[in-house]
Design a protein around this ligand. Structure first.
Ligand code: X8Z
Ligand code: ZN
Length: 664
């Protein structure tokens, strides 16, 4: 039909329809162009992601070689401190830093932010932090030198003997440690304390300031405000500092009870002129040069002295334990859980005793991953003591973690967070230290497991675990302040002691000033080792212990014969397999995933510690009430801050922060 025959209206309608069809066709055509383009883009992205995956594989191989090279040089230096080994170590570290810088540039050219695969993204994200290698070479050299100067000084520091002042070759390990373990002479302890802090502390102040400046530069190049934020990032949460503070708030009442109980016994032993009734405890009387664990005062403060000694040092010596026998015993416990035995190379290359060929070395115990999947070593100046029996398990726990995650990419060969790594061996040692297990091993005499022995046992563990918590917490509260610039060189020692007094309730044995630099007399400050990891470990190890004990059928909160504090997971493959599953993850998943895999909760919780020590807490409260002991402490009368420093602490907000973090 010719068009002329249509009415005007029909024409209009037809026109509209044609227009719409035309527009639809256009939209369709455009859409298909878009679809094709989008498909192209998706394919491109997928190809880019595949390329990223390939790149990651090769990068990881290169990093394994680089880290292996760097670790060998560090081991050679730390196990034999010479000028030559120090220079080689520095050279290799700088070379590897340059290599890493090149790799980093390639890494950052990938569009990893867009990747679909969360695992691949996580690896790129981790590699996007270049660490201290981000520094220009000259600054990196200054950083490495500042740390190795402090480290060398700490390792070589010696003092003279109190009784024989001509004998001047006393190192922290073993001599100073041994004096603090055995001496009851307050004057000898004070002298040794002061000498050690002079030899290992004051001399490192300049290097420490240089280290802080250089490390803060590195932090900024990695996108952090300071090293404090960098260290905190390892805990993968925005409110980590608040989490740490609320854990302390929960534990503090328990700490105050054990503190009051110990102070009373020290006062009875040394007299009120040495240990004031309501004051902080003088730091030199607690059996440890840093007052971080107080096990060595157990022998004269034990709640039920007539019951057998729970310290196994004497039994180890009587039974001719050697360093090797302690290591073999620990290995046997791990394998009884179906965990991995220490490999051949480990036994060949570890240093488990201080060599007596006159060389200087870093004696502080450490466990090493050489990142080649084969070479794992411990370096430890073992002495035959209860403490080293535990440290041996502690270090072997690190090696066990390395072995469990050795098939992960290098970037994931780390703890779920730093606290997890520190907790593995300690969890094992919690079982080993039970009266039940020590009796099986013949290290503790047979006797009934009555209430009194249980309190003795819990008390001994409290002197090791509860009292450590404020120390573990404050060491990095101090360094966070330094890194953030709220604690300057003029206030180092004053702020340090303010924290020690507020959190630990201890005071220095004599007046201190800014000519002293007491923090560096602790290994981890002189060696640049983050310390919050131990605080976290001492909390989460009790969560791990509780879950493992339940899996092993050794703990039942309803059954008084199955106490958490006497649970031994020895030979439980159920417990071992659950632990292994968590360890194998390395840092491939955020830590709450790893925590959940073992404990069913995604949080760090104080409830494990509190549940474990509940009977002791009740006993201490009743005992302190019975004796009328003051719980808590009044301000120290030993001067360590000037009046100007004290008023500045008020006006600068230091005191406000202290109140918040110390739950004051
Ligand atoms: O440094 C250690 C281990 C090596 S990772 C021996 N620890 C801390 C210390 O000695 O201060 C273990 C407990 C706390
Ligand atoms: Zn450790």
């Amino acid at each position: 039909m010719p068009c002329g025959y249509f009415s005007e209206t029909t024409k209009k309608v037809l026109f509209m329809i044609m227009k719409i069809i035309g527009e639809l066709a256009l939209v369709g055509a455009i859409a298909s162009v878009f679809i094709v383009a989008a498909q192209g883009l998706a394919a491109e992205r997928a190809a880019e992601e595949t390329a990223g995956r390939e790149y990651m594989r090769s990068l990881d191989e290169l990093m394994s070689k680089a880290r292996n090279k760097k670790t060998i040089a560090s081991w050679n230096y730390e196990s034999n401190i010479t000028q030559h080994n120090n220079e080689v170590n520095l050279q290799v570290a700088l070379e590897v830093a340059e290599e890493e810088k090149e790799y980093w540039k390639s890494t950052m050219s990938y569009l990893w932010h867009e990747y679909q695969d969360p695992d691949l993204k996580r690896m790129f994200e981790k590699y996007s932090k270049l660490g201290t290698s981000a520094l220009p070479e000259d600054l990196n050299e200054r950083l490495i030198s500042a740390i190795s100067n402090m480290q060398t000084n700490y390792a070589k520091a010696t003092i003279c003997d109190y009784k024989d002042r001509t004998k001047c070759d006393l190192h922290v390990e073993p001599e100073v440690t041994e004096i603090f373990r055995t001496s009851n002479d307050a004057e000898e302890l004070k002298y040794t304390w002061l000498e050690w802090h002079k030899a290992a502390g004051a001399v490192s102040k300049g290097n420490f300031t240089e280290y802080v400046n250089m490390d803060n530069e590195a932090a900024k190049l990695n996108g952090y405000d300071s090293v404090a934020e960098w260290w905190l990032s390892e805990y993968e949460a925005t409110d980590s500092e608040d989490q740490f503070a609320s854990l302390w708030a929960e534990i503090k009442p328990l700490y105050q009870q054990i503190h009051a109980y110990v102070r009373r016994h020290l006062r009875l032993k040394y007299g009120e002129s040495v240990v004031p009734a309501k004051g902080p405890i003088p730091a030199h009387l607690l059996g440890n040069i840093w007052a971080q664990t107080w096990n060595n005062v157990e022998k004269f403060t034990r709640p039920y002295p007539e019951k057998p000694d729970v310290d196994v040092t004497a039994a180890l010596i009587a039974q001719n334990y050697t360093a090797l026998k302690m290591f073999k015993t620990a290995d046997e416990f791990f394998t009884s859980l179906n965990l991995i035995p220490m490999p051949e190379l480990f036994w060949e290359r570890s240093i488990i005793e201080k060599p007596n060929d006159g060389r200087d070395m870093v004696c502080h115990a450490s466990a090493w991953d050489f990142f080649d999947g084969e070479d794992f070593r411990i370096k430890q100046c073992t002495t035959i003591t209860d403490a080293f029996f535990k440290t041996t398990h502690h270090e072997m726990g690190h090696i066990q973690y390395y072995l469990q995650y050795k098939d992960q990419p290098v970037i994931y060969r780390a703890g779920a967070n730093p606290g997890f790594h520190e907790a593995v061996g300690d969890v094992i040692a919690l079982s080993v230290a039970t009266p039940k297990h020590l009796k099986v091993m013949g290290l503790l005499e047979e006797g009934p497991e009555d209430l009194e022995s249980n309190i003795n046992q819990l008390y001994k563990m409290g002197l090791e675990k509860i009292v450590f918590l404020p120390f573990g917490y404050l060491l990095d509260l101090f360094r966070y302040g330094v890194f953030r610039g709220t604690t300057t060189t003029q206030d180092y020692n004053c702020h340090f002691w303010q924290l020690r007094e507020s959190l630990q309730g201890i005071e220095p044995p004599a007046p201190r000033s800014e000519d002293d630099f007491d923090p560096a007399a602790k290994y981890h400050i002189s060696a640049d080792v983050e310390y919050m990891r131990y605080y976290i470990s001492y909390i989460i190890q009790f969560q791990f212990h509780r879950s493992l004990c339940q899996l092993a059928g050794e703990y039942d909160p309803e059954d008084p014969t199955k106490l958490l504090s006497n649970c031994d997971i020895y030979k439980s493959t159920e417990a071992g397999n659950a632990l292994s599953n968590m360890l194998q993850l390395g840092s491939s998943k955020p830590w709450p995933d790893a925590m959940e895999a073992l404990t069913g909760t995604r949080n760090m919780e104080a409830s494990g510690v509190l549940e474990y020590f509940k009977p002791l807490h009740d006993w201490l409260k009743a005992e302190n009430e019975r004796t009328g002991e003051f719980v808590g402490w009044e301000p120290s009368t030993v001067p360590y801050c000037t009046a100007e420093q004290r008023s500045a602490m008020e006006s600068s907000g230091f005191n406000t922060r202290l109140k918040k973090y110390a739950s004051l």
